[in-house]
Design a protein around this ligand. Structure first.
Ligand SMILES: Cc1ncc(COP(=O)(O)O)c(C=O)c1O
Length: 424
């Protein structure tokens, strides 16, 4: 098949009629397939079941002399701090281990900036006339919604293959109303990009006009390779410290996609000044987080090396699914020149850039044929993709057989929407 743009109007009409018949046949299968959210599959959560065989002995509830069943240790069990410090490459005293969700810790950090101010805030953000926030896009919709919910003005920063466009970031932070940025430095959601060393160096060396400018460094996929070897990443906390910006960054992570989403353990890591500031506020809010779950994770994951072993089990389930998606796109779409994508090696998503103006239509067709995907636009601030192009594919939940059917439908819909856009 030739690239669609090279087809004559008559060839386009012929191709569309053929696809329409195929679409109707696929629709008649009455499927209901979901590729909307980055959720692990049942096979993956079953893999973790032996975690619940632990802690059968009362002695297992004592960690470094601390009874994990009682109040105390607001910032988390020392052993849990050590585990996350090992994974993230920072120091245990820089880690605050919280509850089951890193997103909640991120929300809480922004919320504290809004109501009380962060360590270097001249005043709480609610007293600022305007607060602006940088949103590298395509990005994670739930990040954007947090800062949108506080009424901040969201500024789109283009994503490149090396991470956010740093020229745009350096320019934007000259504005004192710009108070922060969302980052997913490894296997970014949805592009699967790993920020380059140069990008990370430029982040650590930013000279923002706002004294309380905050990098929200969401390292959600720090050990989440499903293809190839584990990729090391630099410790952003020491880089910021070395650049004279120790308090500019909060790093986040969780075990949501290592053990169980919704029943894992989350943390943030930050400088001493930020830790003292946060602890002072958090102590008003909570006596202690779930240390029984923290201990269960310490006993199960043990350290970074053993966590990486567990991630290999996930990779054996995830790898074939991502190959299924990329293979289908390579086979069905690449020759037509109507979309672009990359083969990620980790994370939870494949980011497809469809022909401009066709993402919404593609997903409407998918829905009609029984395939649900993340809404078009969701990967941009305010849910509006200016090019109506980016589509986030989340292949982790369905089994491969279902995924193959879903991809068959997706590819037909991408083709139909492209032909409609080119004109029939
Ligand atoms: C980039 C990113 N951060 C955070 C989360 C949610 O993490 P948690 O379960 O720890 O709240 C997700 C989930 O998809 C994510 O993609």
């Amino acid at each position: 098949m030739k690239p669609y743009a090279q087809l004559s109007p008559e060839e386009r009409r012929g191709e569309y009629a053929r696809l329409r018949t195929e679409f109707d046949a696929l629709k008649a299968r009455g499927l209901s397939l979901n590729m909307a959210r980055g959720k692990p599959s049942k096979v993956q959560v079953d893999l973790i079941n032996d975690m619940f065989q632990l802690m059968q002995d009362p002695q297992d509830y004592i960690s470094d002399g601390i009874d994990v069943r009682n109040y105390g240790e607001l910032a988390g069990l020392p052993a849990a701090k050590a585990l996350f410090a090992d994974i993230l490459g920072c120091r245990p005293e820089q880690v605050f281990v919280g509850g089951n969700s890193s997103l909640q810790l991120m929300y809480d950090t922004v919320s504290k900036g809004y109501t009380h101010g962060l360590a270097h805030s001249p005043r709480p953000w609610c007293r600022e006339e305007t607060v602006r926030w940088l949103c590298p896009s395509p990005g994670y919709d739930r990040h954007f919604r947090i800062t949108e919910s506080f009424g901040f003005e969201l500024i789109t920063i283009p994503m490149t293959e090396d991470g956010p466009d740093m020229d745009a970031v350096e320019e934007a932070v000259k504005d004192p109303a710009v108070k922060g940025i969302w980052c997913v430095p490894k296997y970014s959601n949805p592009d699967g990009v790993i920020y380059s060393d140069e990008t990370i160096r430029r982040f650590a060396n930013l000279k923002p006009a706002a004294p309380d400018f905050t990098i929200m460094w969401d390292n959600a996929y720090c050990i989440h390779e499903f293809e190839g070897d584990y990729v090391e990443f630099p410790d952003i906390l020491s880089l910021c410290e070395a650049a004279g910006n120790p308090d500019m960054v909060f790093e986040f992570a969780s075990t949501s996609k290592v053990t169980l989403p919704g029943s894992g353990v989350a943390c943030f890591a930050c400088s001493k000044t930020n830790m003292e500031h946060m602890e002072k506020q958090l102590t008003v809010q909570v006596i202690s987080f779930d240390k029984v779950n923290q201990q269960r994770h310490v006993l199960y994951l043990r350290d970074k090396a053993h966590s990486l072993e567990i991630m290999k089990r996930h990779a054996s389930v995830m790898g074939p699914k991502f190959r299924c998606v990329a293979d289908a796109l390579d086979r069905e779409i690449a020759p037509l020149d109507i979309a672009s994508w990359k083969r990620p090696r980790g994370g939870y998503f494949v980011s497809v850039n469809a022909m401009a103006g066709t993402a919404k239509r593609t997903l409407a067709l998918c829905r009609e044929a029984g395939v649900t995907m993340t809404d078009a636009g969701a990967t941009f601030p305010y849910g509006k993709d200016p090019r109506d192009s980016n589509i986030r594919v989340a292949p982790s939940l369905p089994p491969v057989e279902e995924l193959e059917q879903a991809m068959e439908i997706f590819c037909v819909c991408l083709r139909m929407a492209a032909l409609e856009q080119l004109g029939l």
